[in-house]
Write a protein that binds this ligand. Structure first.
Ligand SMILES: [Zn+2]
Length: 212
């Protein structure tokens, strides 16, 4: 049985997810913790649950999703895993983060690149990867088919979609990613987005104003 813990971090109200199962193995997705208080909140939960962090994975590398990347990679001595096409996005973060009031160091840890078709394994859980560009050039999502859940980053939100006005963004590509990769998963799949509340494919297929 998969457990999903959501933290909402930093000025962008970004959702950082901690996934774990009965084995107590866990993955951290999109670590947005931006200060000591947020870092402590995440670490306290991990310690209290007795979790072992085995993977650090990112849907994409915009500033709000990587503010805790150095901290987590250092703390657990694990590589940051993301799609190679988002490497320039990550490398640009220290330059533009100052606009938003963040002082971000370049990522100094090890990197491992993920592609559609790869799987992220922990405990008895398998996460499949889909490539869904549009919001970011190397955006991927993580799907647990046995639980019918998607950790979706900034692609599909409750009654909204990811913005495409940032460098590397493209509206038509985003719409195509949602319709060709996410919708076919099935109406019963629950999407846990990078911002705001969770939703379902079925609800968005009918109600999302950007997709009708
Ligand atoms: Zn984003």
């Amino acid at each position: 049985m998969l457990s999903i813990k959501k933290f909402t971090f930093n000025a962008f109200q970004e959702n950082t997810y901690l996934l774990y199962d009965e084995s107590k193995s866990a993955v951290i997705i999109d670590p947005g913790c931006s200060n000591a208080t947020e870092e402590r909140e995440l670490i306290n939960f991990i310690d209290n649950e007795g979790l072992t962090i085995v993977h650090l994975i990112n849907t994409h590398c915009h500033v709000d999703h990587v503010l805790g990347l150095n901290f987590i990679a250092d703390r657990f001595t694990i590589p940051a895993q993301f799609h190679e096409l988002d490497l320039p996005v990550l490398e640009a973060v220290p330059n533009y983060a100052t606009i938003y009031g963040f002082n971000v160091m370049p990522f100094s840890g090890k990197k491992k690149f993920l592609n559609e078709g790869d799987q992220v394994l922990f405990g008895s859980t398998t996460l499949d990867i889909l490539f869904v560009p549009g919001h970011a050039p190397g955006h991927i999502v993580f799907v647990d088919h046995s639980e019918k859940i998607v950790i979706g980053g900034d692609v599909l939100f409750y009654s909204s979609i990811g913005r495409t006005d940032l460098p590397g963004g493209d509206h038509e590509t985003l719409i195509n990613s949602i319709k060709s990769k996410l919708f076919p998963l099935g109406d019963e799949y629950t999407v846990y987005p990078g911002h705001g509340p969770k939703t379902t494919i079925g609800f968005e297929r009918i109600n999302n104003p950007f997709l009708n």
